[in-house]
Ligand binder design. Structure first.
Ligand code: S3P
Length: 167
């Protein structure tokens, strides 16, 4: 594999758990972009959004993406909004190892039911908000992706195996 393996998709699509599993199975280093951003900012995602605003978060996200894509032997789990920035999208298209994880909005909402760590999904009805987010992003995800996996009904082990056994 030339560059890193990159996982993209909406919140709740399983990028982090599948990325960790792939890392365990292959020895590739696991990089979670959200964790990198938190490290850069010195605070968690909720507080970055609250104290600095989404636009600062997006700038940190772009910077974290650039730094992470330089790592060859890595599996990178991106935040769901990484494709919103045109320059990020261009970089992902150049990488060639980008896997899109999908699931329908009700499945995604169910997985995030008890989660309060995603500022974009707080104080709103999660499934409706996810539908709105997907309307804005689905096309961008597809533009970036080299492979698409519908994760509905699959375990993280099954998803990891599908990714590792791809052509
Ligand atoms: C976001 C997704 C989150 C995180 C932030 C914004 C988004 O990452 O980056 O809350 O815009 O979809 P996950 O997709 O890993 O939950």
């Amino acid at each position: 594999m030339e560059g890193p393996l990159v996982l993209i998709g909406c919140m709740g699509s399983g990028k982090t758990s599948v990325g960790k599993r792939i890392s365990e199975m292959t020895g590739l280093r696991f990089i979670d972009l959200d964790n990198e951003i938190e490290r850069m900012a010195g605070k968690d995602i909720t507080h970055i959004f609250k104290d600095m605003g989404e636009s600062v978060f997006r700038k940190l996200e772009s910077q974290a993406l650039i730094e992470s894509l330089e790592k060859k032997d890595a599996v990178i789990s991106c935040g769901g909004g990484v494709v919103l920035d045109k320059a990020n999208l261009d970089k992902l298209q150049d990488i060639g190892n980008v896997i899109l994880l999908t699931a329908d909005p009700s499945t995604l909402a169910k997985r995030l039911e008890d989660d309060s760590s995603r500022p974009l999904l707080n104080n709103c009805e999660k499934e409706n908000k996810i539908i709105e987010i997907l309307k804005q992003r689905s096309e961008l995800y597809l533009l970036a992706a080299d492979m698409v996996i519908d994760t509905t009904g699959l375990t993280k082990d099954e998803i990891a195996s599908i990714i590792l056994e791809r052509e």
